[in-house]
Design a protein around this ligand. Structure first.
Ligand code: ZN
Length: 49
């Protein structure tokens, strides 16, 4: 299974880790049960994981 780029959207619970905004590259760190918020800088709703 190849590990290619994946996308996490606002409201999803992707699990513990850090994710980067696809628009401004701001890093968001989530805990195990946290929901992905909108980007704190640009309000984008998509992040790479
Ligand atoms: Zn952003």
């Amino acid at each position: 299974m190849s590990k290619s780029k994946c996308i996490v959207k606002t409201g999803e619970k992707p699990g513990k880790g850090s994710y980067n905004c696809t628009n401004c590259n701001t890093e968001v760190t989530l805990g195990e049960y946290d929901k992905m918020p909108p980007c704190p800088k640009c309000s984008n709703n998509e992040f790479t994981c």
